[in-house]
Design a protein around this ligand. Structure first.
Ligand code: HEC
Length: 140
């Protein structure tokens, strides 16, 4: 006999659909900080240069602007200001955006990129510039 879809399967599908339609915006910067430590922490820190340049204030700043960090010529000469859009393109594929950069790391997960960008904006007091979700957080 062919079985009917079990009610547990149905409930699992329902809860998947619901979690999709109701993302919780509040913890995005905190989640971004965890992801930042996980993905970027080997090479970056907010307040000191490591293999990569320090990040406090990076949101809203010109590329290649940390004074005593030895940037590649490619990044130092790039006429880019870091904002939500440029950071998203950068993190998705740095060498495509700025050929010759020394940052060899790509983050394919768009959702993780978004959270990390909200976190970077919060390091720059600019989280209101990232979007409505961050604006809600800033207003609290
Ligand atoms: C494997 C090491 C490595 C990892 C991992 C890495 N980066 Fe980088 N990053 C670099 C290096 C090196 C540079 C400088 C590149 C250059 O000078 O061309 C850089 C530069 C940058 C810049 C430009 C900063 C400026 O002052 O213009 C940003 C923004 C950035 N990284 C963000 C991130 C974020 C966010 C992550 C994690 C999602 C990350 N990076 C992961 C090595 C890394």
């Amino acid at each position: 006999m062919i079985g009917l879809p079990s009610s547990t399967t149905f409930l699992a599908l329902m809860s998947l659909a619901m979690s999709d339609s109701a993302p919780d915006p509040a913890p995005q910067a905190e989640r971004g900080e965890v992801l930042y430590r996980q993905y970027c922490g080997n090479c970056h820190a907010p307040d000191r240069n490591k293999y990569g340049p320090m990040h406090r204030g990076v949101f809203g700043r010109a590329a290649g602007a940390v004074p005593d960090y030895p940037y590649s010529d490619a990044l130092a000469e790039a006429a880019i200001v870091w904002n939500a859009e440029t950071l998203d393109r950068w993190l998705a594929d740095p060498t495509a955006m700025i050929p010759g950069t020394r940052m060899r790391f790509r983050l394919d997960d768009a959702d993780a990129r978004r959270s990390i960008i909200v976190y970077l904006a919060s390091l720059s007091d600019a989280d209101h510039l990232v979007g409505p979700q961050a604006a809600q957080q800033g207003a609290q």
